[in-house]
Design a protein around this ligand. Structure first.
Ligand code: AMP
Ligand code: MN
Length: 267
């Protein structure tokens, strides 16, 4: 799940309150390229809820940026924090390029708007999509991506490799999980190749179920994950209460039965 430290809508304490009200007892907070931890007051208030510390880390695979989750991170994560700091710097540079592009299209003032309204520690494309929506330039977030943001060329920003990111996660005693393998619009051959490389570099698991994946999509990667020897994981990819689907663990948990799950060897 995401908080407003990256592109989520709720601050960490509000995310915990929102999830408590829904009856959720375990959450993993995985902001983009930043580790969100909870302050003492929030921990006291939500002592019944288990919070897994994590991050959704941007990495480079061939010509694509890919997301890898570091889950169940320890407090000893100096090497990982250094990598995340560098990634947030790339995000900053990238945000200037996006803002310049939007300025040229007549959508002016995006960065000031984002800093003023959202104050993210880690800025992302979803912030720009929200700016376009909030300003009335598009009718929905999907249009902001397909109609505007997809036209900004961002391939000149190189992220750390899969191997570097997996090693950094392991140095913080975390599990490395390939996020939403079907979201990259890859051919099935590419998905297979990505999962194979992820296993080769000692990744731990693949998100078998994420966001609003369909049953048919799940089935399409079932055997690929099985053959890779990787464990499976599940994630809601929660960003905001108003945009969320009806993702529940109960809805999907039976589909995990044929896999070893990533949390099986956690304390
Ligand atoms: P970034 O990591 O800054 O490149 O932004 C990626 C994030 O943007 C993803 O985690 C999604 O939350 C969001 N995103 C990407 N494409 C879309 C889309 N078509 N509709 C809605 N959100 C999207
Ligand atoms: Mn992602």
């Amino acid at each position: 799940m995401h908080t407003n430290n990256s592109d989520g809508f709720l601050e960490p304490s509000k995310l915990c309150s929102h999830m408590s009200l829904q009856g959720v007892t375990v959450i993993a907070i995985t902001d983009h390229d930043v580790v969100t931890t909870l302050d003492g007051d929030t921990l006291d208030k939500h002592s019944n809820m288990q919070v897994i510390i994590g991050s959704e880390i941007t990495t480079q695979w061939q010509d694509n940026s890919i997301h890898v989750l570091g889950l169940n991170l320890s407090s000893d994560r100096g090497k990982l924090e250094q990598l995340l700091l560098e990634n947030r710097n790339i995000r900053k540079q990238r945000s200037h390029k996006i803002a310049e592009h939007l300025d040229n299209m007549g959508f002016k003032g995006s960065l000031d708007y984002i800093q003023d309204k959202y104050k993210p520690v880690s800025i992302g494309r979803l912030h720009f999509a929200r700016f376009l929506l909030d300003s009335g330039y598009v009718n929905n977030i999907g249009k902001a991506f397909s109609g505007v943001l997809s036209k900004v060329e961002l391939s000149d920003f190189a992220w750390p490799s899969l191997q570097q990111v997996i090693e950094a996660i392991h140095s913080a005693n975390g599990s490395a999980v390939l996020a939403h393998p079907l979201k990259y619009k890859f051919s099935s051959k590419q998905v297979k190749s990505l999962i194979k490389d992820f296993a080769y570099f000692n990744g731990d698991a693949v998100e078998y179920i994420s966001g609003n994946i369909t049953h048919k999509e799940m089935m399409s990667i079932h055997d690929i994950i099985g053959d890779s020897g990787l464990k499976a994981s599940i994630g809601s990819d929660f960003h905001a209460p108003m945009s969320h689907n009806n993702f529940t663990y109960a809805k999907y948990c039976t589909w995990l039965e044929s896999f070893q799950v990533v949390w099986s060897d956690w304390e």
